[in-house]
Design a protein around this ligand. Structure first.
Ligand SMILES: [Zn+2]
Ligand SMILES: [Zn+2]
Length: 317
């Protein structure tokens, strides 16, 4: 943190054109700086910092997750309004006076509708890919531009640091401008967070390996979707290769030791559809898949289901 602050102040003094050219360099440069800083910090204090994950809401009506270490706080997506976000933070006994960044997975409303309010509330820098930023500028109200306090343009495949959290962004197949998933590492633990994807490409599976906590979309039950209330065209969209992961697709992944390595202490099923799924169905489907694994690759962690209506109790890694 100390190291990145002077860099940010220095950059803000530069003419916009030079600042833009330097931005990529600084985002990349921070990787090395943050690694050194984190190691120094851990060496000096000699204790685990850990990662705490609070999924405040998950589903097609709003997504927002708070990620914390001792010194850094990040918000992943901003799909709820200010009042609801604050109420959910209070429900998990958090009052957030300062944020170090807001990271955006993609521009869909359920991930960004509260973004102008969140920026107004915390004045945190926004971490977003260029195509997603352009889509946000088209769809969100003008207040977005007025409330921006710095934009860090990121790319799929890129690794960067915010405070003592190392972030790795990777591409996912979804019908948005430039959708990404994230892994986060801090103090030797790893969180992987991936929702809103039509299928599981091999590269995504690689990113999810070695995670201590895996938050994975389990959006719909195929039968419920087929007979459910959605118009045919929406059903086709959800089912497509750029739609959403079904319970069935998740079960295929979880049952396969070559896909899911089962190292996670916490496996969280997320982004459940309220119309085309229910928590019991998603859980039973995942449990059945995990029970099919060979004994030597058994999953021994905790299986949780994130909710649209209420926050999940914070997970301490
Ligand atoms: Zn979504
Ligand atoms: Zn989406």
């Amino acid at each position: 943190m100390w190291l990145s602050e002077p860099i940010c102040s220095f950059r803000n003094c530069l003419p916009t054109k030079i600042s833009r050219q330097l931005r990529r360099y600084f985002v990349d440069a921070k990787v090395a700086l943050c690694d050194d800083f984190r190691n120094l910090f851990a060496l000096h204090w000699g204790k685990a910092i850990g990662l705490r994950v609070s999924i405040l809401a998950s589903g097609s009506s709003g997504n927002i997750t708070l990620l914390e270490t001792e010194s850094t706080r990040l918000l992943i997506d901003a799909g709820l309004g200010k009042r609801e976000t604050l109420a959910r933070l209070a429900a998990v006994e958090k009052s957030v006076d300062r944020l170090d960044g807001i990271l955006i997975t993609h521009e869909h409303n359920d991930h960004c509708s509260g973004l102008p309010q969140m920026l107004g509330l915390w004045k945190a820098p926004l971490y977003v890919t260029e195509p997603t930023m352009e889509a946000l500028e088209r769809t969100l109200p003008e207040t977005l531009g007025k409330r921006l306090r710095g934009v860090e343009k990121i790319q799929a495949g890129q690794r960067f640091c915010v405070g003592d959290i190392e972030v790795h962004a990777f591409a996912i197949p979804h019908d948005a401008a430039d959708p990404i998933g994230f892994t986060f590492r801090a103090d030797g633990v790893k969180l992987a967070l991936v929702t809103d994807l039509g299928y599981m490409p091999a590269l995504v599976k690689v990113h999810l390996r070695d995670a201590d906590c895996l938050v994975l979309e389990s959006n719909h039950d195929l039968d419920m979707l087929k007979v459910g209330p959605y118009p045919w065209v929406v059903k086709q969209r959800v089912l497509s290769r750029t739609g959403h992961l079904s319970n069935h697709a998740v079960s295929e992944f979880l049952a396969d030791p070559d896909g899911f390595d089962a190292r996670a202490r916490f496996l969280v099923l997320a982004h459940l559809s309220m119309e085309n799924n229910n928590p019991d169905l998603a859980r039973i489907s995942a449990e059945e898949a995990l029970s099919r694994r060979p004994a030597e690759f058994a999953f021994e962690g905790q299986l949780l289901v994130a909710s649209q209506q209420v926050p999940l109790a914070p997970i301490q890694l």
